[in-house]
Design a protein around this ligand. Sequence first.
Ligand SMILES: Cc1cc2nc3c(=O)[nH]c(=O)nc-3n(C[C@H](O)[C@H](O)[C@H](O)COP(=O)(O)OP(=O)(O)OC[C@H]3O[C@@H](n4cnc5c(N)ncnc54)[C@H](O)[C@@H]3O)c2cc1C
Length: 379
Amino acid sequence: MAKNILIVGGGLAGTIVANGLCRQLAPQLRSGEVVITMLGTTETHMYQPGLLYVPFGRIREHELFRDQRKVLDRRVIFHVDPAKHIEVAKNQVSTEGGRTLKYDYLVLATGSRIMPQSIPGMAEGAHWFYDLEGARKLRDALSKFEGGKIIVNANAPHKCPVAPLEVTFMLYDYFKGKGLLDKCEITYTYPIGRLHALEPVALWAKPEFDRLGIKYETFFNTEKVDPEAKTITSAEGVTMPYDLLVTIPPHQGAQVIVDSELGKGGWVPTNTKTLHRDGSTNVFVVGDTTNIPISKAGSTAHFEADVLIDNLASLLTENRMARDYDGKVFCFIETGTSTGTYVWFNYTTPPNPGPPSQMVHWFKLAYNRLYWLSAKGLL
Ligand SMILES: Cc1cc2nc3c(=O)[nH]c(=O)nc-3n(C[C@H](O)[C@H](O)[C@H](O)COP(=O)(O)OP(=O)(O)OC[C@H]3O[C@@H](n4cnc5c(N)ncnc54)[C@H](O)[C@@H]3O)c2cc1C
């Protein structure tokens, strides 16, 4: 009997896992001992980090998308048929399209989604760039903007931990380039008592903001947005007026995780090292879907995926796990429209951002194109 590996979610993590397994389990796939199946929601694969550049006209939309079947190894059986119910007690997943798929190993890679509707007035009064429609609307709003109060409002939890800082720096450079800086006041809000969850990043960002005259309001947990009055109010009792509100909406995990009662808020309780779903030996979790208290980022998903590929291949061929995930994360940080820096860290080593440079910015732009090789497992 073939061993069935079922991957739910065809985003960054699921795709890297599928392609990596095809490489490592090539003989077993050829002989029919292993079958790899993926369930996804669309025919297209989107490079989400590219959305950051859409509002500034710095990426063409077509560069964000590829046909998922072309990104995936041909040996993966791919169904555009979203998982509807995941029954870990029965080792099976039922789909919107009426399939019932049995598995020997399950990989949960359903990611996270923005929830602007969870804060009153946010969907109507704010702009964001975390999906294509939002990024397009922000691009249109920016092109018409003639100056005023801009608020960049970060809410937790959210993926890409440095995106709120990046968009703030990029807005600064954008307004500078348009000669509007004198007419603009940029304020950045953050839910905890500093500018970033990672303390070394917060300590690095503060003097950068001070140097550029970017204001900030910390301990700002968004309670409501009033689209008519154009104000944003925090649970801490601060109300601020805005002319342009750029929000990073709070996130949740996928609905199927909530509906299958696999984790509060759609985050699946996960072993920080083995990536097992807590309480399961044949269910693994990878990418944004985990409840691991580290950054939800593409690089996190990628490093976790590399570990999972080794472990699943070892389990299937040698009946043992190969190695642990060490919490590794790497993030480029755009510090404007022509400079950048980066951080890397893991469970034991904190991040240490360096001085911004044009070279790091170019590396990030290069990675935006190399991503497709990375998704195919070639990088
Ligand atoms: C604007 C922006 C900028 C970013 N910048 C960076 C960056 O610079 N660096 C970085 O490292 N990360 C960045 N990220 C974060 C990165 O894109 C995510 O962390 C990464 O995509 C997570 O991978 P994932 O596979 O867990 O989730 P995703 O890539 O979101 O994939 C999840 C997949 O699961 C599918 N799915 C959901 N429900 C179901 C279901 N019921 N059945 C089947 N499939 C389902 C979804 O459709 C999706 O395709 C950025 C994200 C955004 C939005």
